[in-house]
Ligand binder design. Structure first.
Ligand code: HEM
Length: 588
């Protein structure tokens, strides 16, 4: 009986009546396979001299590889586990046909092992050819290595050079869209931001690398359902009354920082190290109700090293989704484990203290009013409190970079000091509420967020099944896409003198330096935009205002621009190296 007749034997009554399309699909596939096999046999009969090749197991392996690759093409995000499982099962069955007949090792090598290698090599060649020559993204310029494999992107991210490289690529090609992965593009175009991050847009697979012990934070979840619930819970932590409470806590820790700076007045210090400690104390206080003891020297000294290692690891493997899916079945990698544990130890201490601490965690422990769902304790909760720590560190990095910019631009520093001095002279104070609308201070902070944003890579999204229309180009459905924040926010099209630190562009004095304000997206865009934005702004403004009012800030003798540039890393969150500054008390 032929294959197509066999397919016709599928039941067509009862429940199957409703699945006529299955029968049609099975029989049409069977007909195609049958005609392919017949054509092949005919070819063999007509060309007996090719039999040596076409009868070889390598030939069969190569054909099966081509068919498998073509069959997988329409699947947008094939599951690594399913692919390896199917491959393993089929191979196991095939291997057993040899083992059961007790054939020799050489036969097994010849008919099983080496054909398997041929299969894998063919898959690699077919995939690379498909990506290079037949991809719908082929019309966009980009490095060839990036088009062939995600390793190019993984290396850029793991080395912390990604956003700078992408910025350079946009300049080199003079293109709005650059291909940076087999199925990934960077779109430096303000007109499509709203289309890419529209509604409950689908997050890209990059976020799968962010899981901690299998649990995702709100930022890394790809589930729109979970995100909506978690977002409502998170937002409870940032209501105006909570922000007011956090402002008082922030003030107390800023005073600790001022004390340390006063003790070192006039001496060169590594500002990165000091502000990192300050930021961790502040974040721990706001998240867990107790500072981490970093400024007073009692905290975990290895915290920042473990965070840095984790971020680099996560950037690298986040890009290699296939590997990340497999890693879930192995013991937790060291960089992930040490960062996770460092963060969790703060959460554990808080849980032990019990009581009713007023902090971000107290809100994360409440249920969502609409669905009555909560974060699962402790793992889901820990993934989210660890995110708070990371975001606190991001705020610290931005503060350090702002202080450095002020030390490098003494004219800007003097104008800011003058604004703060006159604010105080008018009888006001430097509390969060009182300084929030100071124009020059706001200009300095905006400029810092534009030029020194701690998240310069951009959020990864997946183009919907309708595709995405841009200025003279169309992104195909299911493309992975991101708006490169660093390239966008320094682009001369949108911000003339884009590389310069000019707070006046925001104060109304030089409005011509903001050509398109839509390109200012330091807090992300759409449903995943930063809910902690007001808290971060308050922290940055109060810290900068109090430090600048108290100290004259200068670049230290051992400051080295080249070293600074080379130590700057973008692990999808910026990590900075040594920043040598001098803080001299203005009252001395
Ligand atoms: C200068 C400081 C900060 C900047 C520039 C910043 C920026 C951002 C950006 C760009 C995103 C979106 C990331 C993405 O879509 O992949 C984000 C998300 C988030 N940020 Fe911030 N952030 C800062 C500080 C903070 C602080 C202090 C908190 C408070 C804990 C916070 C909490 C969050 C949370 C919870 C999310 C995830 C939101 C979601 O996925 O719905 N951020 N932030």
């Amino acid at each position: 009986m032929s294959l197509s007749n066999f397919a016709m034997l599928m039941p067509s009554t009862g429940l199957w009546e409703h699945f006529g399309w299955v029968q049609t699909l099975v029989s049409s596939t069977a007909i195609r396979i049958e005609s392919f096999v017949n054509a092949f046999l005919e070819y063999q009969a007509r060309n007996p001299e090719t039999a040596a090749v076409t009868n070889s197991p390598h030939f069969a392996a190569a054909i099966i590889a081509v068919i498998s690759c073509l069959a997988l093409t329409p699947v947008h995000e094939p599951s690594t586990i399913e692919v390896i499982f199917s491959y393993g099962i089929l191979n196991f069955v095939y291997l057993n046909t040899f083992l059961l007949t007790q054939v020799s090792v050489s036969i097994i090598l010849e008919y099983w092992f080496f054909p398997n290698l041929t299969f894998l090599a063919t898959c690699a060649v077919v995939t690379a050819t498909k990506r290079l020559c037949f991809s719908s993204l082929g019309r966009f310029p980009g490095p060839k290595k990036a088009a062939v494999s995600n390793y190019w992107m993984a290396r850029q991210l793991g080395n912390g050079t990604f956003s700078k490289t992408v910025k350079k690529l946009h300049k080199t090609y003079g293109a709005r869209v650059v291909r940076t992965g087999p199925n990934e593009v960077s779109v430096n175009d303000v007109d499509v931001i709203d289309k890419i991050y529209n509604g409950k847009y689908q997050r890209g697979p990059f976020y799968e690398g962010g899981s901690l012990r299998g649990h995702f934070s709100i930022k890394d979840t790809r589930s729109a359902y979970h995100h909506a619930i978690w977002r409502r819970i998170w937002e409870k932590a940032f209501t105006p009354s909570e922000l007011k409470y956090y402002a008082a806590e922030t003030d107390a820790i800023v005073f600790k920082l001022l004390k340390v700076l006063k003790n070192k007045s006039g001496n060169e210090i590594n500002c990165t190290e000091l502000i990192n400690k300050f930021a961790l104390d502040l974040t721990a206080d706001l998240t867990f109700g107790e500072d981490a003891g970093m400024l007073d020297g009692s905290g975990d000294k290895a915290f920042f090293a473990s965070m840095r290692e984790y971020l680099s690891w996560r950037s690298y493997y986040g890009t290699l989704r296939n590997l990340v899916q497999l890693l879930g079945y192995f013991p937790e990698p060291k960089p992930v484990a040490s960062f996770r544990r460092a963060g969790e130890s703060l959460l554990v201490q808080r849980q032990k203290r019990g009581g009713s601490s007023r902090d971000i965690t107290s809100h994360l422990l409440t249920e969502d009013e609409e669905t009555h769902r909560k974060f699962a304790v402790p793992r889901q909760l820990a993934a989210n409190t660890n995110l708070a720590i990371l975001m606190g560190a991001a705020t610290g990095t931005t503060i350090t970079q702002t202080l450095r910019a002020l030390a490098k631009h003494k004219d800007v520093q003097s104008r800011l000091q003058a604004e703060l001095d006159s604010h105080l002279k008018s009888g006001s104070d430097l509390s969060t509420d009182s300084i929030k609308n100071l124009p020059y201070l706001s200009g300095v902070i905006n400029e810092a967020l534009r030029l020194h944003n701690p998240m310069p890579t951009g959020a990864h999204a997946t183009v919907s099944e309708h595709g995405c229309e841009g200025n003279g180009y169309k992104l195909p459905p299911h493309t992975q896409v991101y708006v490169p924040v660093l390239a966008l926010m320094t682009d001369e099209k949108y911000f003339p003198k884009g590389e310069e630190f000019v707070p006046e562009r925001w104060t109304g004095e030089q409005p011509e330096l903001v050509k398109d304000e839509r390109a200012f997206i330091p807090w992300g865009y759409g449903v995943h935009a930063c809910p902690g934005r007001q808290l971060a702004l308050n922290e940055m403004k109060v810290t900068i205002a109090r430090v600048v009012r108290e100290f004259e800030i200068d670049v230290g003798e051992s400051d080295d621009e080249k070293k600074w540039e080379s130590e700057w890393r973008d692990y999808s969150m910026v990590v900075i190296g040594e920043c040598m500054l001098k803080f001299k008390s203005r009252r001395a």
